[in-house]
Design a protein around this ligand. Structure first.
Ligand code: HEM
Length: 528
């Protein structure tokens, strides 16, 4: 191809379009539109050029494509120059590839161990790391309040549009809509609602315990009768829904920008499990809406505004988004917290005895159950959960917020406006500036040795502020009572051959964390 004046002019137009138009505002929701404009312009220009220059369609198309290429080259060239040398974040340290493109992060985390990669980057570059062209990760212990707290001027980052047009309470970016939806949700997480859920929870907690007893007796019987356990306590693969949840959330693990996530999820076959999970949640939601329940559940609150009528189309988008949110936010996070607590207790058995001593006076329920209201204020039990969530936060890294146009200050450091900031709880939880002996599991730091917590506000596994976890009380309720019941009913230890190594090293992050395999031995206690 010969370079003509028109090629250079098109390249300059492309370069100029960046400072004139693309540098401002958000474009991630317009990707498909831009693509359509490009295709239509190429098609029209091809026809026009072929007619005016009296040339074949094929050679006109080749000529127009060259110019389109020049335009795109100019645009991306100007953007790269800006990102490397003129961007407001240029003073922040970070890997050079990350300054140029957000694909750098996606490539780094493609094995799914985002939390570990981000910790390594903080170890190398300090508390403020530029991990994308507009993206700053901050592990400074004082960042949580400024970024997420109730007075924060930061808003949710564009990543929350990834699933658009399907939205949930968690992905709603517009503050007014989010506040309205949160008011509906708050009925579902009120004290009264929690007392109602207790009835449901008790049933499943009892089933869990009797299931564990059954598995134990079968394995023991197998061993006694046939010299070999049936291995039921070691079954790795759970219900297909758990498998589906794990597979479906994988695309979230690549930390794609919202525009790419939207494109990827429209390619047939590539994200089949993602859509299967959405269909599964939607189907459960549809069935539930047509069913009457005696004991209120979360859906009772979410469906209350429709007063028995079927929701309109736009409401379905939110209801289905919320259905998926409930499955992920509720079951995934609570399950990982319980397994992380058992992992830490098996590693540090001295805390199990302490828990039993503390719980003993409260475990005299006639049906051998444990009531949240009786154990809610126990120091050691709560500290074990606090410490578990500090070291193993179920949402480890990616809660992106966008700074207001005037920017924010974190401990005197200026963060420019429109920066996407994430404050990774996994890294903050292990930051020596926030905790003494940050790598050790020491529940006492939360009640008997408070000086071991240097910055109390750094602990935010549920996040805080207007978009903080609305299910926090419910989650703590479930974890507290289930853990209390398990440690008082069973002797817990690593199963023979288990050293706990895979639990963390094989953990994978896909917004929430999924830990590696962990073989725990549950033996009914002699006194029970
Ligand atoms: C240990 C368990 C849990 C942890 C650590 C946890 C953590 C979090 C975090 C960090 C967020 C903020 C996410 C963000 O900024 O994008 C969040 C939001 C949320 N969580 Fe949880 N969560 C837990 C359990 C639950 C439970 C049991 C529910 C019950 C349904 C729940 C419902 C929600 C909802 C609805 C939101 C969105 C809130 C909003 O945007 O206003 N979570 N959770």
């Amino acid at each position: 191809m010969g370079v003509s004046v028109s090629h250079v002019a098109t390249l300059l137009c492309g370069a100029a379009s960046f400072p004139v138009y693309f540098v401002r505002g958000e474009h991630h929701l317009h990707t498909k539109l831009y693509f359509r404009i490009l295709i239509s312009t190429v098609a029209l220009a091809t026809l026009g050029h072929s007619y005016l220059a009296e040339t074949t369609i094929l050679s006109a198309f080749a000529e127009v494509s060259e110019h389109a290429g020049c335009f795109l080259f100019g645009l991306h060239g100007a953007r790269s120059v800006y990102r490397l040398w003129f961007h407001p974040l240029r003073k922040f340290d970070g890997p050079s590839g990350a300054r140029l493109t957000s694909f750098w992060l996606s490539w780094q985390v493609h094995h799914g161990d985002t939390f570990r990669q981000i910790k390594n980057l903080h170890d190398q570059h300090g508390s403020f790391v530029r991990i994308g062209p507009d993206n700053l990760f901050i592990s400074h212990p004082k960042t949580v309040q400024t970024t997420y707290g109730s007075g924060s001027k930061c808003t949710k980052g564009s990543w929350y549009d990834s699933t658009s047009p399907m939205v949930s309470l968690n992905t709603m970016r517009e503050r007014k809509l989010h506040d309205e939806r949160r008011r509906i949700w708050s009925t579902a997480s009120s004290d009264k609602a929690l007392r109602g859920y207790e009835q449901r929870l008790r049933l499943y907690r009892n089933r869990l315990i009797s299931h564990l007893f059954n598995l134990f007796s079968f394995d023991f019987m197998g061993d006694m009768a046939f010299g070999k356990s049936f291995g039921m306590l070691e079954m790795r693969h759970g219900h297909w829904v758990i498998q589906l949840l794990n597979d479906a959330l994988k695309p979230l693990g690549y930390a794609f920008p919202a525009w790419l996530f939207q494109i990827v999820t429209t390619i047939p076959g590539v994200t089949r499990d993602w859509w299967r999970l959405i269909d599964f949640c939607a189907e459960r939601m549809d069935t539930r809406l047509k069913t009457k329940v005696d004991v209120p559940d979360i859906m009772s609150a979410l469906s209350a505004p429709y007063q028995g009528k079927l929701p309109m189309d736009k409401d379905w988008r939110v209801l289905r988004g919320d259905a998926q949110l409930i499955v992920v936010a509720d079951s995934d996070t609570t399950a990982t917290t319980l397994s992380a607590a058992l992992f830490e207790l098996a590693k540090n058995p001295e805390y199990i005895e302490k828990l039993r001593t503390e719980l003993a006076p409260y475990m005299n329920d006639p049906v051998n159950d444990v009531l949240n209201e009786r154990v809610a204020d126990l120091d050691h039990l709560n500290a074990v959960i606090h410490e578990t969530l500090r070291l193993h936060p179920p949402v480890p890294s990616l809660q992106r917020r966008k700074t207001p146009s005037e920017g924010i200050f974190i401990d005197g450091i200026f963060i420019p406006g429109n920066t996407v900031v994430s404050c990774p709880q996994y890294v903050i939880g292990r930051n020596a500036a926030a905790y003494e002996h940050p790598g050790s599991f020491i529940p006492g730091r939360w009640y008997s040795s408070p000086t071991m917590v240097k910055v109390k506000s750094a602990w935010a596994p549920f996040s805080i502020g207007p978009s903080g976890c609305i299910g926090r009380l419910l989650a703590l309720h479930i974890v507290r009572t289930t853990l209390a019941r398990i440690v008082t009913t069973f002797d817990i230890s690593f199963a023979p051959g288990e050293d706990g190594g895979n639990f963390e090293s094989k953990a994978r992050e896909r917004f929430t964390i999924g830990f590696g395999d962990l073989m725990i031995s549950f033996k009914p206690r002699a006194s029970v």
